[in-house]
Design a protein around this ligand. Structure first.
Ligand code: SF4
Ligand code: SF4
Length: 442
């Protein structure tokens, strides 16, 4: 079996949150392969610790991925504040004699340093086209945990666990390895809180992660962190407002100051994303869909809404609303610019992470969340058949079957994009439905 097939068999998807099947991403040829170790969402502490704890595995997994795409260079992007991790990685690259192929480049501590378009520009000087993806400029971007999973796949181990940071306004901040399918409540209890009344939980980072509508879900390969905050925290109140509420506030308060546009990371890269125009369009009921099409250029990084806007209104929501309306009319954006250049002012308009954390009201929670070895032993795991981009996995087991940890339980449907799923514990299959394969611990 070749390496790409081993990756496919192991059920690897982008562990950074997007969930794109890795075997499909690595099927292209690229000049550069880039490791996204920026972890730019405040409070999350997974990637930086994995690179410190498993440097050889990550470097070797990254090298393997780079060879598959026939890259000339493999570049690890990591924030310059992680001095210790940078020194460990550089030392191990030398010891492993991979210095001709793999190098470490330092990134500024700004948000969103881990946005793929921003990362590609910072590491290669190339600008990904509007609505485009990195491969269009010869780059493949891959996350640290994903390359650790590639290394494991090469040792015959499929993806059955996920590293997750549990943090926020809690007594115990920590990062743990959790079997996929574990109840989210079990993971949240590691925070030292038993009763979640009065708390809200952000699934992922504070900028892009949504507030969980209920806590009765199960861990998937895409989870990265859970942030617990009191329901009264301003970030929770802001994130919990509906599109209709956002529309009402937007109508009343936009002063067309352009701050949302001037700080927009995509605008600063030279794209035509100009959120203030979306507000203008909504507030004056303008119907020129030509102007509205730029709403397709938004990465939803949320910088405009949670930092830039001086009156606290919702440009990102305006983009989403307008884009949805255009999609309903089957209108799409067609990029016209062939050569893109970052704006001259870009370097002065980057947003330092510390300022962002302060604005989000999270400074007192911006603390370490050390990796802890905790034996999580859920009685049941609910393994989602769709935890990735593409078609859901097709069950390869039946109710009543005994399964071993690591056994294939769901296959990629024929001729489809998808990812395989495996048993994260040994036990018996008790239920199979449209969404889950349920296993009871033996
Ligand atoms: S949405 Fe906010 S930042 Fe953007 S133009 Fe209006 S007031 Fe200014
Ligand atoms: S969310 Fe706002 S700042 Fe981010 S890309 Fe979209 S318009 Fe720009």
């Amino acid at each position: 079996m070749d390496i790409l097939d081993q990756i496919k068999e192991a059920g690897i998807i982008g562990a950074g949150g997007a969930g794109f099947p890795t075997h499909a991403k690595l099927a292209s040829k690229a000049e550069y392969i880039l490791l996204n170790g920026a972890e730019c969402e405040p409070l999350l502490r997974v990637d930086q610790q994995l690179m410190e704890l498993y440097p050889d595995e990550i470097i070797k997994g990254f090298e393997a991925a780079g060879r598959i795409v026939e890259a000339k260079k493999a570049i690890i992007g990591i924030k310059n504040k992680h001095k210790n991790v940078i020194s460990i990685l550089r030392n191990r690259i030398e010891v492993l004699k991979l210095g001709d192929f793999v190098e470490v480049k330092e990134l500024q501590d700004v948000y969103p340093a881990g946005d793929e378009h921003v990362l590609v520009y910072e590491l290669t000087g190339r600008v990904v086209p509007e609505t485009g993806i990195p491969i269009q400029v010869g780059c493949v971007v891959i996350n640290s945990e994903t390359v650790l999973n590639i290394y494991n796949a090469l040792q015959g181990k499929p993806v059955i666990d996920k590293f997750i940071t549990v943090t926020g306004d809690i007594p115990n901040r920590l990062t743990v390895k959790v079997p996929i399918g574990t109840p989210i409540r079990d993971v949240l209890k590691l925070s030292g809180i038993e009763n979640f009344e009065g708390y809200a939980v952000i699934d992922g980072g504070p900028m892009m992660g949504p507030v969980l509508s209920n806590l009765d879900g199960y861990v998937t390969k895409k989870n990265k962190g859970f942030i617990l905050l009191k329901k009264t925290h301003m970030l929770i109140r802001k994130k919990s407002s509906s599109v209709e509420q956002a529309k009402r506030v937007n109508k009343a308060a936009c002063e067309q100051c352009r701050m949302c546009t001037d700080m927009c990371p995509r605008y600063l890269l030279g794209h035509n994303m100009q959120p203030h125009k979306m507000l203008r369009s909504l507030n004056y009921s303008l119907s020129n869909t030509e102007d509205q099409k730029i709403s397709f250029l938004c990465s939803q990084c949320n910088l405009c809404e949670l930092f830039a806007c001086p009156v606290g209104i919702n440009p990102r929501s305006a983009n989403i609303y307008i884009r949805q309306k255009l999609i309903e009319q089957d209108i799409k954006y067609k990029p016209t610019q062939t050569e893109l250049h970052p704006r001259k002012s870009r370097e002065y308009r980057l947003l330092p992470s510390k300022r962002l954390v302060a604005r989000l009201g999270l400074s007192e929670f911006d603390k370490s969340a050390p990796m802890k070895v905790i034996q999580m032993e859920p009685e049941f795991v609910h393994i989602a058949t769709r935890q990735h981009v593409g078609a859901p996995a097709v069950p390869a087991v039946s109710v009543g079957d005994a399964v071993k940890q690591g056994q294939l339980i769901g296959k990629i449907p024929e001729d489809s994009l998808g990812a395989a799923i495996h048993a994260s514990i040994s036990g018996n299959v008790t239920e199979i439905n449209n969404d889950f394969i349920v296993i009871r611990r033996a």
